[in-house]
Design a protein around this ligand. Sequence first.
Ligand code: SAM
Length: 280
Amino acid sequence: MCTISLYHQLKQVLTQSGMDEREASAITLMLIEEKTGLSRTQILTSAATAHCADLLPLAQQVARGVPVQYVLGYAYFCGMKFRVTPSVLIPRPETEELVEWVISSVKRYGAEPRILDVGTGSGCIAITLAKRIPTAHVTALDISAEALQVARRNAEALHAEVRFQQLDILHQQPQGTYDLIVSNPPYVCESEKATMERNVLDHEPHLALFVPDASPLLFYEAIARQALTPLTPNGQLYFEINRQYGTALTTLLHSLGYTDIQLRRDHFGNDRMIQCTINN
Ligand SMILES: C[S@@+](CC[C@H](N)C(=O)[O-])C[C@H]1O[C@@H](n2cnc3c(N)ncnc32)[C@H](O)[C@@H]1O
C-alpha cells in the first residue's frame, strides 16, 4: 500500500476513536515514520509503500487509549530518546524545564558536582544531567525494581554514567554526600483522578503519580528531611511540584531550615518547580 493511503487509513482509526484531526495526524505520522524510516514529507508525497499489517495493530492500541509512547516503546526528553514501558512515567516537557534550571545553577559546585535524583523512573533527569555535565557524579534511586531496569538500559544506550540504587525514600536515607538533590516525586492527589485523562489514569504507573489527599506533601517532606544529612553545606534541593502546593511547600521547606526558596512557573504559567538551599 502506498504510504499516503496508509496515512489516511490509520488516521481514520484514530479519529473514529474520538481523537481530534491534528493529534491523529501527528500520531499517525509518528507511527509510520518509526516503522518505515521515511520522513514526514516522504510519507505524504512519495510513492513509497509500507505494510498496513504491521501498523494497524499499533494504531488500534493508540485508539484504545494506550499512550503512543508506550506503543512505540520510547519518548523524547531533552532531545534524547528514552525507552519507556508501563513501569515508568512518560517523561514530561515540564520536567525538561526543571533539568535546565538545575544545569544553570550547578556550576557553583565546581567541575565535579555530586547529584542525586530521587524517583528516577525512566532515568530521564539523571541521565540528562550526566550527559550535559559529563564530569558530574550522578546517582539515581527509585523504589521500583522494574523502573530501575528501564533506567539502567537507558543509561547504557545513551552512554551515560549513572549509579542506580533501589531505595524507599519514605523510609530510608540515601547514603553518600551530594551538592544537589533533584526530584520529580509522585504529587497528584487521589481526588484529582476525576479530572485526569483516561490514557494517563489507565496506563501510567500509579506508584509514580499519586499521593493520598490527606498528605499531598508526603514525598516533599520525606525527601527534604532525608536530604538534610547528605546535602553538603550550601547544597541545593530542586523539586517539580503540584501547582496547587507552591505556598504550602515554601512554608514546609522554611520550617525545615532551608533558605533562598524560589518558586518557578512552567511555560503554562503554573507554579511547577521549587529550589532551596541548606546552610547546614
Ligand atoms: C513522577 S515519577 C518521576 C519519574 C522521572 N523522574 C520523571 O521525571 O519522569 C516518580 C517516581 O518516584 C518513584 N517512587 C514512588 N515511590 C517511591 C519511594 N517511596 N521511594 C523512591 N521512589 C519512589 C516511582 O517509582 C516513580 O518512578
